[in-house]
Write a protein that binds this ligand. Structure first.
Ligand SMILES: [Zn+2]
Length: 148
């Protein structure tokens, strides 16, 4: 047997010292994006400009496709549990849903298809949580677009 599983207590060995604030926060937003890192800088800039400094970041490949056009219902349940946990713990003031161009979840699809799913996701969220406003955006290689 070459299994490394053991019933012994795990040992925690400190490898970095860094002081993190222990206070529980109230989130300016719960932000849902794809995990595609190409748009991280643009999204950071957008959020800062929108007054969003502290936020819960739900990163799912395909972003809000899980809510708006899920491949299976389990995806939507999983995404909604993350959203509900954000609400319970950090009471976000708004939801921000951001899709992007050239997303692996939308091979060969034009921005309008991604935008339509984001709109569907927003409608789903508004119905599920009417008290929290929802904003939707599309990140492209030349900037970020509001979805009207
Ligand atoms: Zn993506």
């Amino acid at each position: 047997m070459s299994s490394t599983a053991t019933s012994e207590e795990p040992v925690l060995r400190k490898i970095l010292h860094f002081d993190s604030a222990p206070e529980v926060y109230t989130a300016d937003a719960c932000v849902m994006t794809c995990f595609d890192a190409r748009f991280d800088a643009a999204i950071r800039k957008l959020l800062k400009r929108r007054g969003i400094g502290v936020f819960d970041h739900v990163k799912i490949p395909g972003s809000a496709k899980a809510l708006g056009a899920p491949d299976c219902e389990g995806d939507r349940d999983f995404a909604m549990r993350m959203v509900q946990t954000s609400i319970r713990l950090h009471k976000p003031a708004r939801f921000v849903l951001i899709g992007h161009n050239d997303c692996g979840a939308y091979p060969g699809k034009p921005p309008q298809v991604v935008a339509a799913d984001l709109r569907q996701a927003a409608a789903f969220l508004r119905a599920a949580v009417p008290s929290i406003p929802v904003e939707t955006y599309f990140a492209d290689f030349d900037g970020i677009y509001e979805i009207a």
